[in-house]
Design a protein around this ligand. Structure first.
Ligand SMILES: NC(=O)c1ccc[n+]([C@@H]2O[C@H](COP(=O)([O-])OP(=O)(O)OC[C@H]3O[C@@H](n4cnc5c(N)ncnc54)[C@H](O)[C@@H]3O)[C@@H](O)[C@H]2O)c1
Length: 374
């Protein structure tokens, strides 16, 4: 398949990001031919047609099932609200198409595992939209940890803090309803943090979670009535990785002042690395070697010596942006489809993330440590 033909569903926040990446990937990564932005679906023909013109797609439809039924489409790209992921992914798999799906993969861990197994059984390539881990500096941090540059790792601290729902007057959306979103901050933000933790330190064995709803009702923008918020605004957890390393997670969609506070610190006997997505072109590194009088954190700026930076820009310190992470993710997907590299994070990783989320919820409900199923 020289130029995979994409059918993209959903043109909201992340659908646009995917479309931008599909258009850019061939220009950025000269190794590849650009994919074909073929069919765009949204919930109405008018919305889809307008978006297709703006986003460089050849055709549009108001019915996502057209994407599945169309033999010209090789890859289905799912960018719709959470509750639609499962039905759309299973339909794409049944049609023998490769599937690229936004997080969370499904509403429950069982559903997520079922989708991953179905994709394997059909022999299609599957990939999750966990774009933050495509940051060249996160790849560098992973290399430093794996190479032992931080010594023995003994603790992880991670957070994902945003304030998109911190205003009590912010309207009720599908993200507040369990049957549409699944969990709250955990599914929306925590899924990224868990995937990032997996990348750096491997699987999580057990958790002790705590959930908090700060704003119990919100105003429905259509009816004007107050509606219940059915999932958590904040999740906290003590975690223990399979390696025995302990850690902490803090995840919030009501963290006033934080816009994209996806952070981590990895502590080792020889050094520490830390990162904050709001300063996504900087990795802070403390090296415990050397004279105490010269000790301190140094800031590593992203540059062409880090994986995947150079195709965007030959100069260090000029920086990448959020959308560039999606371009790297799409390149990874195209490589996987071409059989050049394994797909990761695949749907099994999506399901593994979902099991950690569910364990945190279970632990919060039972006020006890909870094992994460293998
Ligand atoms: N990876 C990331 O960084 C990131 C960022 C934002 C959102 N997301 C994920 O992306 C998904 C979508 O979130 P969003 O913020 O883009 O939402 P959104 O509400 O901005 O957009 C959703 C889109 O789906 C369309 N849609 C809804 N029902 C549909 C249907 N039946 N058929 C076709 N189209 C339909 C809507 O019209 C809209 O265009 C969520 O699962 C979310 O978790 C991921």
């Amino acid at each position: 398949m020289a130029r995979p033909r994409f059918g993209l569903i959903g043109t909201g926040f992340i659908g646009r990001t995917h479309a931008i990446a599909l258009n850019a990937v061939g220009a950025v990564f000269a190794e590849r031919e650009a994919p074909v932005c073929d069919l765009l679906a949204d919930s109405s023909p008018a919305a889809a047609s307008q978006a297709a013109r703006a986003l460089g797609f050849a055709r549009s439809t108001g019915d996502w099932r057209d994407v599945m039924a169309d033999p010209a489409i090789d890859v289905v790209d799912i960018c719709t609200p959470n509750f639609l992921h499962r039905e759309m992914a299973l339909a794409a798999i049944a049609a023998g198409k490769h599937v690229y799906c936004e997080k969370p993969l499904a509403l429950t861990a069982d559903e997520a595992r079922g989708i991953a197994d179905a994709a394997d059984a059909a022999g299609v390539t599957h990939m999750m939209g966990f774009n933050y881990i495509c940051n060249p500096l996160l790849q560098a941090a992973r290399e430093m940890i794996a190479a032992g540059e931080l010594g023995e790792i003994y603790a992880f601290r991670g957070s994902y803090l945003e304030d998109y729902m911190s205003d009590p007057a912010a309207p009720w959306t599908w993200r507040c309803k369990r049957e549409l979103a699944g969990s709250g901050a955990l599914a929306d933000l925590g899924s990224h943090l868990i995937n990032l933790a997996h990348l750096l330190l491997g699987g999580i064995a057990r958790v002790q979670g705590d959930l908090q709803v700060v704003h119990a009702t919100r105003r429905d923008p259509v009816s004007g009535e107050r509606r219940a918020v059915e999932n958590e605004d904040i999740a906290r957890a003590l975690v223990e990785f399979g390696s025995g390393v302990p850690g902490t997670f803090e995840i919030s969609r009501v963290a006033t002042g934080y816009k994209c506070g996806l952070t981590f610190t990895v502590f080792g006997t020889k050094g520490t690395v830390e990162f904050d997505q709001e300063r996504m072109n900087e990795l802070r590194w403390y090296d415990a070697a050397g004279p105490a009088a010269r000790s301190g954190f140094r800031t590593i700026l992203a540059g062409p010596d880090h994986p995947d930076y150079r195709p965007f820009c030959p100069a260090p310190g000029h920086g990448l942006g959020y959308n560039d992470l999606k371009v790297i993710e799409v390149r990874n997907l195209l490589r996987a489809i071409a059989g050049e590299a394994p797909a990761w994070p695949d749907f099994h990783e999506g399901a593994r993330v979902q099991r950690v989320m569910e364990a945190i919820e279970h632990s919060a409900a039972t006020r006890s440590w909870t094992e994460v199923p293998a």
